[in-house]
Each structure stands twice: as structure tokens, then as C-alpha cells.
Ligand binder design. Sequence first.
Ligand SMILES: Nc1ncnc2c1ncn2[C@@H]1O[C@H](COP(=O)(O)OP(=O)(O)OP(=O)(O)O)[C@@H](O)[C@H]1O
Length: 550
Amino acid sequence: MVIEIVSRNRLKIAFVSAISALAGAANIWLLALINRNAQLQDAQRGVAEFAVALGSMVLVSFLSQILLSRLSAATFYKLREQLVSGIANLSSQQIEAVGSARLYTALTKDIPAVHELIIVLPNYVFNFTVVAACLVYLCLMSVQLFLIFLGFLLLALGVAKFAIADRAEKRFQLRRKIEDDLFRCYSALIDGNKELKLNRARETGFVHSDLKAHAEKYRDATLSAEFFWNMSNNWSSAMIFIGIGALLFLAPVLGQGSRAPVLNYIIVIFYMVGPLTILMNSFRTVYAARVGLQKLKDLDLDTRPRPLASGVDGAEPFATLSLRGLAFEYGATEDGRDGFRVGPLDLEIQRGEIVYFVGGNGSGKTTAAKLVTGLYEKRAGSLLVNGREVVADERYFQNFSAVFQDYYLFETLVPKLGGLPQTEEVDALIARLRLSEKVSLQDGRLSTTKLSYGQRKRLALLVAYFDNSGIYVFDEWAADQDPEFREFFYKEFLFDLKRLGKTVIVVSHDDRYFHLADKVVKFESGRIVSVVDNHSRELGQAQPREALRA
Ligand SMILES: Nc1ncnc2c1ncn2[C@@H]1O[C@H](COP(=O)(O)OP(=O)(O)OP(=O)(O)O)[C@@H](O)[C@H]1O
């Protein structure tokens, strides 16, 4: 992703770098003029040239800064856009496997780290040009002194880089790993605040063990990284000053009797120390970017933009959905046990049917529902719509709307088919859900979502309803509703959808309503153990309805 962005902008980066190099060259021109004029008796002769050099330097520096800020803002925008696109391309199970903490840190840490490098690049070129030009200038002034100084400089940089700074980089890498754990703790601190507040012992344990342990590791890694980093900087500065000292004391021995040229020489070195320090400090940015890049690479995101296709605009309307040996398996657990398996599942669902997925806790109902929607990628078998196999097709998702147990409540109504619903139509459903005093539709947006848990779930039902999809999935929607709303859900709402020709899959434990389903599919240990057709047609290993209530 980053390589691609850098490669696409290589001409711009090269141009900005060239301008930065020009700015660096203008700096040296100015320095050379100062040095030359300092030795002239009639310094006024150089005023015009000095003014031109100064003007050029200010102009070119300003231009390079403007171009740089434009380039940096544009690349940051693009990087974030690509990461967002990559995250959007992840399947639900991939997002669950990676974890939200890791994705948030990619957005808030890794992308800015890589971006920082892009900002620094032209600055790097500028300072590199200044340092290189200073070295050439020093060489022209005195080859002997230059070789002495170069020896010290190479020794300083070599040891700083390979013996010290590389150790700092390892600590920075470790620190970045700890950041992921720390972020998980922050999420627990915020999302689990109620549980923590209500259990002092848990809070104490969490804050003092988990959070503190990671915070301490982070602190130690930072201290250790900074130690090596500072050591590297101080070593380099010390070596440069030792080099200057050596020049001062060795110059007379080498026949450089007069002090003035040596002092001019040292002025140039002093001038070079600033850009050199910036150059060395930018290694830190390079390290951080390298760690960020590796982390982004580990995510292995597909950042290609997804085609914005709609499945409901297809020529053929949805008539049947068939599951043929459909199977799924969660990844192995952390302690090495095999993940839970669902399937192979065989099932036929007709348009307009109300199908219940029932079974004990952990029997695989939700997993099966996610598999049917395509949110979980199948490991084996096939899904057929109207007898034709569904390939990994973005359009397939568009057949579904769902309220899962971990739903997210969006405030907007976005129908997949047809225009926005009439306000009266929305108001009527809001009234049926007994939410009229709480919420209304304003400019296509719900006025609030700050409601009770049960009320929010009723609103989620409303948002899904106006998606106007072909197939609806409700995962234990009624579990925490008042009896009045359970009755409404099972006896009215589902039948309203059915009348509209919608197909509904309901994950349910409410056995009082099982008889209202067209089909009751029972799960045990990830497999379908019975399919009861309530229109007295029994399919597969069907069992009497009473047995389902057991
Ligand atoms: N994100 C996950 N990662 C790994 N394993 C999971 C995950 N979610 C569920 N499982 C495993 O899959 C099994 C089935 O879970 P699922 O949520 O499908 O059950 P369910 O029948 O819907 O249960 P419930 O009635 O309690 O909601 C669980 O027993 C669990 O071991």
C-alpha cells in the first residue's frame, strides 16, 4: 500500500526533493559568501551577490515547504483512505480474528508513523544536500584537514548507527508490540467501565495487574530505547567535537600555521552540525516508519476499492436459497484446541418463508446465520441462489439485512431499493414500536439513539426494516423485549415482512412461537439435527414439533 503510494507520487517526491536540494545548495552558497567576505578588506563588493543568494534561499526554501506540506497532506489522506478501504474489505471473521484494538492502532499509530517518513523525506534531502555540500566545501578548503575530520565523522556515524541506534530500533519495535496490548486494556477500561466500577476487586486487579503491567513494559521499553538513542546522539556529538579539537591541535603540526583558515574550517563544520543532527534524528522517524510498515504489511490488507454493485438490481428476483454441504470452522483457540465447526449444512429456504434457527446455547445458530449471509466465509460446500452457486460476490451481501446480537445502530435510513421512505410510513412504525415520544425522523436521520437497551433494539429493527432487503436475519431479537413487543415481533412484524415477499431467518429460543414459523431448523453441536416444516411437511430427519420444545 505504502510502496504503491510512494511509487505513484515518485515524480512529485523527486520534484520536492530536488527543490529541497536547491534550497540546501542556496544555504551553502550563502555560507561560502559569508566565509569569503569575512576575509575581504572591501566586503561591500559582495553585497549584491549576498542579496541574490539570500533571496534565492528564502524563495526556494519557502517553495519547498509549501510543496512539501501539500504532498504530505495528500499522501496522508491517501494512506488513510487505503487503510479504510483495506479494513472495509476484511470479512467479519477476519475483523474478529485481527481484533479491533489492532485495527485502531493501525489507524492511529502505524499510518501516522509512515506518513511522518514521507514528510521527513524531502527535509532529509535538504539536510543531506547541505551536509554533502559542506563536506565538498571542506575538502576544497583543505584535503588534509578534511580527511582527518572525515575519519572522525565516519567513526561517529558508524558506531552510532550499527552499535547503538540499531539497539534502540529493537526497543522501539518491542514498544510498538506492547502498544497493541495497551490499547486492548484501554478498550477494556472504557467499554468495561461499569463492570470495573461495580467490582472493586476486579478494578484493582485489572488496573494494577493488566494495565499496569503493560504500562510498565511500555515505560521500560521507552526508557531503554531512549537510552540507546540518546547514547547514539551524544556519542556522535562528542566525536564531532573531538574531530574539531583534533583539527585545532593537528593543524599546526600539518603545516597549517595560520589560525584563520582553520577557524573558517571550523565555522563550516559548526554550520554542518545542525543539518547533520537533523539527519541523524530522522533515523528515528525511519525506524518508527519501518515498524509501522511491517505492522501494516502483517495485516495483509487488500486495499483495492470494492465495486459498488447492488445485488438487488439484478434481473432475476430472489426465489430460493440452498445450502449444500455448507461448512465453517473457527480458527484454533489460543490453547491449541480446534475451533468450533459448523456443518456440513443442507437446507432449502424459499422466498417469503419464515425460518427459525433453534437449539441450545453454543449450538451454532448465530454462526450458521452469519455463514448464510456470507459474512463468514465458508470452508466447504456451496450456497445457491435460484439454483446458481454464489461465488464470492459483493452483490450477495446486498440480499440481506440483519440485526445480530452485536449490532451497530446507524442513525440513517438507507433503503437498498426505492427512494427514502415517506415520513408518515416511518412515523407509523415508530409508533408501533412505541417510540414516538422518544424519537422522530429528521432529514432522513433518527433524532436520537440515546435510548434504553430494549428501545435501541427496537430502533435497530426499524432501521433494518427500511433497508428494504430480500432476506432478513434477526438474531435473538426478542430476547430482551417486553412480552408486548415479543408478541408484536413474532405475530405481526415477521408476518408484515412475509406479506411483502421478504424471507426471514430468526435465531430464537422463544419456543412459544416456534409454531408460527414456516420451517424450524434445529441445531446441535454445529449441525442441523432436524428441519420441521410447520405446514406438516417434514424434511430430512424431522422430528415432531413437541420434541423441539424439549
Ligand atoms: N468469534 C468466535 N471465535 C471462535 N469461536 C467462536 C466465536 N463465536 C462463537 N464461537 C464458538 O462457536 C460456537 C457456536 O457459537 P454461536 O454463537 O454460533 O452459538 P449460538 O447457537 O448462536 O449460541 P447462543 O444461543 O448462546 O447465542 C460456540 O460454542 C463457540 O465455541
